[in-house]
Design a protein around this ligand. Sequence first.
Ligand code: XMP
Length: 319
Amino acid sequence: DWTMAEFRATKIKEIREQVGSGRVICGLSGGVDSAVAAVLIHEAIGHQLTCVFVDHGLMRLGEAEQVVSLFKGHYNIPLVHVDASEMFLGGLAGVTDPEAKRKFIGKAFIDLFEAEAKKIGGADFLAQGTLYPDVIESVSFTGGPSVTIKSHHNVGGLPERMNMQLVEPLRELFKDEVRALGKELGLPDVFVGRHPFPGPGLAIRIPGEVTQERCDILRKADAIYLEEIRNAGLYDAIWQAFAVLLPVRTVGVMGDYRTYDNVLALRAVTSTDGMTADIYPFEAAFLSAVATRIINEVKGINRVVYDFTSKPPGTIEWE
Ligand code: XMP
């Protein structure tokens, strides 16, 4: 029987023991997990920690700004903000295979952290917000023989040449526990309550090739969908809701014109740990209103569909 206050105290002690007088670099992804890990580690070792926020240009609308203001404004934790969107989009050009996308993004993160570590005169540790389900799912689906479903960008260790050890204080926790710990550490409710967002970001919500134009289209549509969910008071009842921009164009009609544009899929699921999930049963009128808004307001989309697949057999993300 332990409380989050005890967990916090125990982890702070463990982090101090592991790190000693070493330097730690922590990658922030924009999500809750890495933010909670960073705040906890900062509490343990203060200025020995350098936080690096790599903006890969694959964030949701306004997300990068929210992270920067949380760290600089709320906590006053120093933050290195790396704008690497050109590098990521450049590297993703022509890449369509889901695992190839994940592997490229994972490696690019590590390379950038390594470069930032050099700038501060070297770091001994890399901190990450890896959770228990990330560890399990990257190894196998249900604990059975090892079959990789998806390579989570923050699991799988570091290249040997790096000579850095991992600090992963959340490795035993599930999402709801991380949220409780985040509250315990004083993170604002709106931040702690945010839906999970995968490290590879919008890249894995754009099946096929990821381009700047497709990212922009998806970001706009996703923001409208989430705004409608919030306005309807449904945000907290849903584990995760997001849009996926499909590499399929269909024919439509707008006024007197024929259109030939992209299809957008909407997904929303309930879950307790992300390992299994059920679809969220929106009312048809709600989905229809969202579809109308998106088609009217987002150039490049002329059809919206809803994903009715639970997990299993589907995964939550499409790639
Ligand atoms: P899947 O798609 O595997 O997702 O059913 C389960 C949960 O994990 C999130 N997810 C990730 N989180 N890095 C992360 O930090 C990743 O590479 C990653 N891939 C999936 C997903 O959004 C869902 O909440």
